[in-house]
Structures are given as structure tokens and as C-alpha cells.
Design a protein around this ligand. Structure first.
Ligand SMILES: Nc1nc2c(ncn2[C@@H]2O[C@H](COP(=O)(O)OP(=O)(O)OP(=O)(O)O)[C@@H](O)[C@H]2O)c(=O)[nH]1
Length: 313
């Protein structure tokens, strides 16, 4: 056993935490998120609301004569957001055209392929003899999956796609446009979805690990109780009690997006940016990428073994 000794005079190695912080601040952080859900469910609006900036445009058709998308397209945009000296490089991957057809068979393939391609690109860079000191990370850290606010149950395509996605990425489901459901409908819909996720054996983020402390386990538990997040998005400000807030004004009232009594947007934002941002990044590297990496390396090894001449008897 190693004995713990207290230094008799100040040495200074406790400043390692500031040194790490300084280095990390200089480099900045990379966060890659993919938005999956049918056209018009408010994907662009939500991401712009979360990061309080206009980051992506709506891809919807504005006139009837614009062509309907035939396949799922993948479009990535990058932005750097700065807050109190912390630089966050944000990659937002949008998937317009997802599940917009009558026959949606296989419309998830380009999305799964895109996620795996990022793992593959990272692995290739890791394996090169002269690899970079810092590998540009394009691996997807979070998938926001938009569920249509039907109030009934998940559609078969939601079950298939969430299951497939959860095997390769951290999936965070949200009930889009939750202002279209009454509070009772919303609660019923949420518990129905939770039951269906369990029934279909879909394991969603966050995951507990052996290293987690009691506090983290409880935090994860409290998040699982809220998932799927029933959210409302808006890029517009409305005035409530003389204060400008992000909201949606209708003929019968105002939804304050940031009021937890109105929707769970604040829970989602806190979860994504304030409590689990680093964990989403780490889980991607330690669970999803690691699984991909070991599978690839094993396949490579088997391929080499098959090519080798058999050992003499
Ligand atoms: N009622 C309601 N409307 C919303 C909400 N979020 C967005 N919208 C509106 O829905 C419409 C579509 O929103 P977008 O953010 O463009 O939807 P999208 O999923 O990105 O659409 P595509 O880019 O076509 O894939 C816009 O008119 C938004 O103002 C919401 O929470 N509630």
C-alpha cells in the first residue's frame, strides 16, 4: 500500500489543476450534436433556444412548389460560442428529410452510417504512425431524438430508430412542441413512452458506472425520471411582467419556455450544458467509440490471421 505523506512546506504541485484549466481553456471544448426527427418538429428552433443564438436555419419548405426531400440528407454546421472566456466549438448535424416519406424503411441508415463514419475517421487518425497531438473530434456526443406530440404512443419507426441509435450514440429523447398537449396528456404520454422504452429494451443515456458516486447516481436517477423531456422552443422574446423572456404567444396565452411550470426546456438545457456536457463527451469516447474501436481492431486481427500461412504441424 502507498503511504500518503503531507508535504512539510509548500511545493506548488497543487497548481496542476490551474495548469490543466489554463490548457483546456486555451484549446476550448468540442461538442457535437445530431438532431433527428421529422420535418417541422422544431429541431432548429430548439437548438437555437438552448444555445441562445441563431445557429441553424429551418430547412422546411416555405412554398408548396419546393420539392420534397427524397432521402435523409445530413448537413453539419459549426460555430464557436464563447461564455466567460470558455470556448465551445459546437458542431450541429441536422437530418432534414428523416421519416418524411410514406415508406420510411431504411431512412435511418444514412444517420447510423454518419455516426459510424466519425468513429472510423477518429480511429484512422489514432492509428497513423505520425498522429496529431490533438485529434480533431467529430464523433457525435449526443443525439437529440424528437418525438412527435401525438399523445398516444411511440411510432414503430421511433422504436426502431431509437434502438439502433442507442447502440452507437448517447440518445436523449424529447417530446417536441409539448405546448400542444395538456398537462395530463403530457404526463400520460411520458409514462407510456417510458414503458415502451423498457418493453423494447432501449437503454438510453445517462448510464451509471461503477466509478459514480452516490450524488451522481442520484442525479442520473432524477434525470431518468424526467426523460423524455417535454419541451417548447422559441427564438422570440415575449414580455411577461415587464421582462423579456423566450416564449410563444398565442391568442389564449403565453408559454414561457424557461418556466419549469410550462415545460421541461430548462431541465433539458441544464442537463445538456450544466451537468452532463463533459459526461456526454466522455461516455462517447469510453463506451460508444471504445465498442466500435475494439470491434474494428478485432476484425482487423482476424483478417490478418486468415491471410497468414498455417503454422507447420
Ligand atoms: N407550437 C410550437 N411550435 C414550434 C415549437 N418549436 C418550433 N415551432 C415552430 O415550428 C415550425 C418549424 O420549426 P423548425 O425549428 O424549423 O423545425 P425543424 O424540425 O427544424 O424543421 P426542418 O428544418 O424542416 O427539419 C416553426 O414555425 C417554429 O416556430 C414549439 O415548441 N411549439
Amino acid at each position: 500500500m502507498t503511504e500518503e505523506i503531507r508535504a512539510q512546506s509548500y511545493v506548488g504541485f497543487d497548481s496542476i489543476t490551474q495548469q490543466i484549466e489554463h490548457k483546456l481553456l486555451k484549446r476550448g471544448f468540442q461538442f457535437n450534436v445530431i438532431l433527428v426527427g421529422q420535418t417541422g418538429l422544431g429541431k432548429s428552433t430548439l437548438i437555437n433556444t438552448i444555445f441562445a443564438s441563431h445557429l441553424i436555419d429551418s430547412k422546411g419548405r416555405f412554398t408548396a412548389d419546393e420539392p420534397v426531400r427524397q432521402t435523409t440528407e445530413i448537413q453539419a454546421v459549426s460555430h464557436v460560442i464563447v461564455e466567460n472566456g470558455v470556448k465551445l466549438r459546437l458542431n450541429i448535424v441536422d437530418t432534414p428529410g428523416f421519416a418524411d416519406q410514406v415508406n420510411n424503411e431504411g431512412c435511418w441508415d444514412p444517420i447510423i452510417k454518419y455516426i459510424k463514419d466519425q468513429h472510423s475517421a477518429y480511429l484512422r487518425k489514432e492509428l497513423t504512425a505520425m498522429r496529431d497531438r490533438y485529434i480533431q473530434d467529430t464523433r457525435i456526443h449526443c443525439c437529440l431524438y424528437f418525438i412527435s406530440p401525438t399523445g398516444h404512443s411511440l411510432r414503430p419507426i421511433d422504436v426502431i430508430v431509437m434502438k439502433k441509435l442507442s447502440e452507437v450514440v448517447n440518445v436523449v429523447p424529447v417530446i417536441a412542441k409539448a405546448d400542444s398537449l395538456t398537462l395530463e396528456e403530457r404526463e400520460r404520454f411520458k409514462s407510456k413512452i417510458r414503458e415502451e422504452l423498457i418493453y423494447n429494451n432501449i437503454r438510453l443515456y445517462p448510464f451509471d458506472t461503477d466509478e459514480d458516486e452516490e450524488e451522481e447516481i442520484q442525479l442520473n436517477e432524477s434525470i431518468r425520471e424526467v426523460v423524455p423531456f417535454a419541451i417548447v422552443g422559441s427564438e422570440n422574446n415575449v414580455i411577461i411582467d415587464g421582462k423579456a423572456v423566450r416564449g410563444r404567444k398565442t391568442r389564449w396565452g403565453v408559454v414561457n419556455v424557461e418556466d419549469p411550470n410550462h415545460c421541461e426546456f430548462v431541465h433539458l438545457r441544464n442537463f445538456l450544458t450544466r451537468t452532463h456536457l463533459q459526461d456526454l463527451i466522455e461516455t462517447t469516447a469510453q463506451i460508444h467509440y471504445e465498442a466500435f474501436r475494439s470491434k474494428q481492431l478485432l476484425a482487423l486481427k482476424e483478417g490478418v490471421n486468415q491471410q497468414r500461412p498455417a503454422a507447420p504441424q
